[in-house]
Design a protein around this ligand. Structure first.
Ligand code: ATP
Length: 454
């Protein structure tokens, strides 16, 4: 299967099966905006839950917050987003399409000219680089385009911004956390939430969106600590999380940003890349940001953002290691890693072998026929289990078609109630991955599923 084909299949399955829909389709859609349908929402929430459990609840050194999307505009001044959160863009005058100039130049010449606007304009002219959409050679000058979404707020003069990353709220709450929680360095503050970036080219389905969710941690350490050790630990944990999504080791790699291209405050940045059908691309990121953020926020706000270390009696601005995870990219990687097709009795079986804790539906309850006695028993089974698992009940179509549907949405178990069930008070449980079937007493079904799903 070609790589383009895989993406087409995923996009079509996501839509057909209620995972992800193009947003506002009745109005003709909105450039690369998507809406999560019922299964997509479950899947996304399960990934968030997994993340929160692994990085907040199961650890002693983490606390979680949920900050606002609109922060004080000074936050973005302090963090440098208003000045530096830019992409270089160029427009084709003929077809009016807009492109990342650095990407165009790199693709055509192999040269990395990020940040050099004038030089990129010259290269586009000199090398007669053509528009990838219409083939014309008629470019505007290359200019910087800020990615922050601007809006207005009653009572505030000048623009306010929808957050471009979740970290800002974490730094704003740093002092509150020190004052209200018994945290001791090293410790981390975690947050999951929406962010907004006015990306020039949103594309590749949910890989690059203008509105997406980040799962982010700011991990505060003593400036004298062995930061490389902490950094490596986080890198390992981020890989571990990717594996929990069902991603395979061979599809992961690290890309360390070259020293010359690091922002002045970053000592080290590594992208954890996943082998998407359109190439190895960033799934998660990890950066050692020194004391840049807290020092900047302290300077611009006038607040003291220091930590008092009781053991040494010293006060210092902690340094920060920042592991960041994209939620939609996690969803996409989980679906891609889970997708497979196989031939079964001459028919193609499409399966999403999602990890069980991530799968949107844990089990489907399927009466073999619509005979009232079977339906009654199936509803009884459903009633018994509903409080314990996310289930789906389905009595339409042939049993084969119902199995296929559950395979396609990644349901690990199908529970079939047949005519024998009326006599032996047992049901057939079919395993999504092996297609093996077990006969299980209804009385023991809850225990059986609990063990299988744990
Ligand atoms: P990229 O280089 O792909 O633009 P980035 O380096 O700007 O990403 P970060 O600022 O590190 O990304 O954001 C943290 C995470 O958020 C990324 O690892 C990625 O998973 C996710 N992410 C970033 N931009 C987008 C986007 N436009 N749409 C969806 N997810 C995104």
């Amino acid at each position: 299967m070609t790589e383009k084909k895989i993406m087409e299949k995923i996009v079509s399955l996501a839509r057909r099966r209620g995972f992800i829909f193009p947003a506002c389709e009745i109005y003709g859609g909105l450039a690369n905006a998507y809406s999560f349908g019922p299964y997509g929402t479950e899947l996304k929430n399960n990934i968030k839950r997994l993340w929160w459990k692994m990085f907040v609840e199961d650890r002693e050194d983490m606390v979680g917050i949920d900050g606002p999307i609109i922060l004080h505009p000074k936050v973005w001044e302090a963090s440098g987003h208003l000045e530096n959160f830019n992409d270089a863009l160029v427009d084709c005058r003929k077809c009016k399409n807009r492109f990342r100039a650095d990407h165009l130049v790199e693709k055509e010449t192999g040269r990395d000219m990020e940040g050099k606007l004038e030089a990129m304009s010259e290269v586009l002219e000199r090398e007669k680089i053509k528009c990838p959409k219409c083939g014309a050679h008629d470019w505007t000058r290359v200019r910087d385009f800020n990615l922050m979404f601007k809006t207005e707020m009653n009572g505030i003069r000048g623009p306010v911004y929808l957050r471009g990353e979740t970290a800002g709220a974490i730094f704003c709450d740093f002092k509150n956390i020190l004052d209200s929680m018994r945290v001791k360095i090293p410790f981390g503050i975690a947050q999951i939430g929406k962010v907004f970036r006015n990306e020039i080219m949103a594309r590749n389905f949910i890989f690059r969106l203008r509105e997406f969710e980040q799962m982010e941690i700011e991990y505060f350490i003593n400036p004298k600590a062995d930061w490389e050790k902490v950094f490596d630990k986080w890198l390992k944990l981020q890989r571990e999380f990717a594996l929990r999504l069902g991603v395979k080791e061979k599809d992961l790699r690290h890309f360390e940003h070259p020293k010359a291209k690091l922002s002045h405050y970053s000592k080290k940045t590594v992208d954890i890349e996943y082998h998407f059908p359109f190439g190895f691309k960033e799934l998660f990121g990890l950066a050692y940001r020194t004391d840049f953020d807290l020092a900047q926020h302290a300077r611009v706000s006038g607040a003291e953002l220091k930590y008092f270390d009781q053991e040494s009696g010293q006060k210092f601005i902690p340094h920060v290691i920042e592991p960041t995870f994209g939620l939609e990219r996690s969803v996409l990687a989980a679906i891609l890693a889970a997708y497979s097709e196989e031939k079964v009795k001459g028919e193609t079986r499409v399966v999403l072998s999602l990890p069980k804790d991530v799968a949107p539906v844990k089990a489907a309850i399927l009466p073999l026929s619509k005979k009232p006695e079977l339906i009654n028993l199936a509803k009884e089974v459903l009633g018994d289990l509903k409080q314990s698992f996310v289930l789906e009940y389905d009595e339409t179509q042939s049993i084969g078609k119902r199995y296929r549907r559950q395979d396609e949405i990644g349901t690990p178990y199908c529970v079939t109630i047949d005519f024998d069930s009326l006599k032996d008070k047992a049901v057939t449980v079919r395993d999504r991955d092996t297609m093996k079937q077990d006969r299980v007493k209804i009385q023991e079904l809850k225990k059986y599923l609990r063990e299988k799903l744990s």
